[in-house]
Design a protein around this ligand. Sequence first.
Ligand SMILES: NC(=O)c1ccc[n+]([C@@H]2O[C@H](COP(=O)([O-])OP(=O)(O)OC[C@H]3O[C@@H](n4cnc5c(N)ncnc54)[C@H](O)[C@@H]3O)[C@@H](O)[C@H]2O)c1
Length: 452
Amino acid sequence: MSANGRPVKVAILGLGGRGVESYGQWFLRHRDLATVVAVAEPLEHRRETFADRAGVPAGARYAAWPALLDDSERLGLDAVVIALPDRVHVEPAVAAAERGLAILLEKPMATDEGALRDLETRLRGLAPRVAVAHVLRETPFWRSVHGVLGDGLIGEPVTLRMEENIGFWHFAHSYVRGNWRNTAESSPMVLAKTCHDLDIIRWLAGSAPLTVTSVGGLAHFRPENAPEGAPTHCVHGCPAAGTCPFHAPRYYADALADVDGWPVALLGPDVSREGRLAALAEGPYGRCVYRSDNDVVDHQQTVFAFPGGLTATLTTSAFTGANTRTIQITGTRGELSGRMETGELRLQRFSPAETGPPPVGYEVTSGTAGPLGHRVDEWHALPPASESGDHRGHGGGDDALVERFVRAVAGGDFEARVTTTLAASLDSHWMAFAAERSRRGGSVVTLADVRP
Ligand SMILES: NC(=O)c1ccc[n+]([C@@H]2O[C@H](COP(=O)([O-])OP(=O)(O)OC[C@H]3O[C@@H](n4cnc5c(N)ncnc54)[C@H](O)[C@@H]3O)[C@@H](O)[C@H]2O)c1
């Protein structure tokens, strides 16, 4: 409910994977809290399908976002969700802020240093209410990690090691064939994929890093690695169909036969087996992974040095079986490690004085003795399962972020309630740009030289 007792009136700009599945579905399930009163989406089938489900009136279905924002007063909008492609974030964000609307803005906020500087400059003075979709901060897993550090349970953090294990199939989908394959069309991998990880590292460290050093490149998904005789699209008789890990029909038509949402929905409106195979014969998701126009890195390792001595690393790889994030933080009095996908967390405390379970808000499943008799506790920080038994997008972070956003708009206490405000989120992007500068230039980059 808004401050005057009615549901918050929201418009969604962009009805792709995020606009529909991460945000739209939430709004459909929570009509008491918010109503989608307008949408903007150029693809008719996406626009009409969602608008019909949400009950958006015919006069509030727009093909492009500027016309919708021009009508914001007539529509009585309180807020807008910007789920447009990466390169279409700055202009609608500024336009929405100029109209006094609260904004849920997809990451990345901007795709290069100049665009981010431009966004910051133009929003200054508008008192913007922006919640950036750094959804991981809202997950039980990362909140638990943050809580352990905040409570001083491992003493002073000394090293932080984070791994972004993208998963070979997910990498091929999004970063070889899909929207984020090409830096000029979207943004570097370190921003597009790992601004979430950078945001978490920044949040856990409690400050921005002093220096950033990064190496990495595109090792595998290159033309010279194509199997002999491989056609442009897998379905056109590829001789490596039986052995290639990235053979498209095995993924989209076989393994995901029962799925009609992400990532299958991106193939096109016809999700029947025939429809999928037709889309794979010509469309981007059927391309040979060695013959795409991809240029983003498939592996990257970055080192950060923070004030006070903490050092952190982020390893990103396409070549992992699972799609998950893992972490290890060592501190002067303990060690915390975890795996996001399963919610597993393991806390070791070195002092013999630590005898009870940690006050983490979860049931600690075991407390065993380490080599010197020190305490080892394990627990799972997972969101409650939904009715369908899954944990919804990003370990529960998507749902929690939208709810926090809507309640903050309704409550009129936006800055106090939202954890991923513009100010809180900027460092993650500057860290990404610093990493990319370092990777390309082969040098140590001082963050202060990148950030304005
Ligand atoms: N927070 C996260 O974890 C997360 C995860 C995935 C994607 N994203 C980000 O969310 C954004 C959207 O990603 P997606 O996966 O939904 O992409 P998508 O391509 O599936 O959806 C984007 C939609 O915007 C539409 N569009 C393009 N130009 C438009 C315009 N001018 N006006 C209105 N609509 C327009 C497209 O037709 C498409 O339907 C991207 O910036 C992406 O990086 C964030």
